[in-house]
Write a protein that binds this ligand. Sequence first.
Ligand SMILES: O=c1ccn([C@@H]2O[C@H](COP(=O)(O)OP(=O)(O)O[C@H]3O[C@H](CO)[C@@H](O)[C@H](O)[C@H]3O)[C@@H](O)[C@H]2O)c(=O)[nH]1
Length: 466
Amino acid sequence: MTILPTETHILIFPFPAQGHMMPLLDLTHKLATHGLTITILITPKNLPFLNPLLSLHPSIKTLVLHFPTHSSIPSGVENVKDMPSNPVHIITMIRILAELRDPLLRWFKSHPSPPVAIISDMFLGWTNHLARQLNIRRIVFSPSGAMALSVIYSLWRDMPKRNQNELVSFSRIPNSPEFPWFQISTIYRTYVEGGTDSEFIKDAFCANLASWGLVVNSFTELEGVYLDHLKKEFGHHDHVWAVGPLFPHPGPSSVPVDDVLTWLDRCEDNKVVYVCFGSQTSLTNDQMEQLASSLGRSRVKFIWCIREEEHVRGYNLIPSGFEDRMAGRGLIIRGWAPQVLILSHPAVGAFLTHCGWNSVLEGLAAGVPMLAWPMGADQFVNASLLVDKLKVAVRACEGATTVPNWEELARVIKESVSENRVNRERVQKLSSVAVDAIKDGGGSSVKGLEMLVQNLVKLKLKSSDL
Ligand SMILES: O=c1ccn([C@@H]2O[C@H](COP(=O)(O)OP(=O)(O)O[C@H]3O[C@H](CO)[C@@H](O)[C@H](O)[C@H]3O)[C@@H](O)[C@H]2O)c(=O)[nH]1
């Protein structure tokens, strides 16, 4: 019996944070291109994020479920981007989404041809329990890289405690990485044995490990050793698929995209520093002041994207008069910048980044050397991959609360666009490897995606046999 991809129905369940949603939506686009029948679970306020995807694939259905209410999430907020940048809020978001379990269960039970698998974000581990109850498969989607995911899994499985030398060692992971305690993800560091939220999160990560499959936004040529490690840890060797780099689809920008590109067109190649800390991170006003001083004194051209977070005082304040003083030399974007377009412009010579995994992949794919300022989550692991292993970045600063010294930062920024940059050639080589990985007709991630599709179609075949 042959099953067509269109007869295979899957449910996509993104976690509502830009850095998690956007790569999963690109994966969804690729799965739809392979002909699968897809439903995406979304809450009302996040629905507009699907517009670019739905206009490309009108056949994709949405399952819109009301966002659960919670005393610490203001009414109307349904996405991490609208919450203050604090890991506590992410934990609340992870916890509260589990309340969608019952409505989701009812939807499955009433659907004439329900999905045979759920592909859900790694922050939605509870969906594995639901999938078991429904006798279907759950596939974890990791928006983080394979090295970072190896560290995350290792933490929740082995539960290392804070020790005297403040160093956590991961001896089973290739190259035995070690990280100081403060660089370990806050979600793990704030774990309290027996605590309701903590035990829920622990159970969710263990459920990820027990899931049927794993899709990673990475590619073999970049993280092969860590992908192999995950395959061993995961137990199902052939159920780990690397499909990256995945990219965000063009969405709304806070400034006219043409204005930004025209501004860049007027700059010399490789001379502009692009500064952006992702969709969740805000700088304190002290950090803003030092960063502004270092950009100002370094005399480089720059684009600085600053997250808009109107409701939080003490953050994201641009020093008075700075913008006027920098007119012509620096472009400040408040809100959302067209990051992928900026990075791929030849004028951009360096990227000061918090090392969120999407930014890392976008910087690599564009062949732009990076200045690493990891702040939290998986970013210290990503920074160590970039700086120590791949040697395509240098350290600029580290820590969410660290106030950099402007002179030191100005020096690093200035050097990043100087003539004698050492790591530009290396990152440009990696860029072509990244592009090859997603090239039709043999790219490693294209093959990964095909294997994933085949496995999903086989699931339908098995369910039809029952
Ligand atoms: O003005 C902006 C700001 C961001 N982006 C895009 O937003 C994404 C940001 O993702 P990422 O760089 O990964 O940062 P975060 O938003 O901080 O992502 C969270 O999710 C990532 C994936 O798990 C983790 O690696 C990070 O540590 C975590 O903070 C990227 O695609 C950017 O291109 C824009 O297009 N314009």
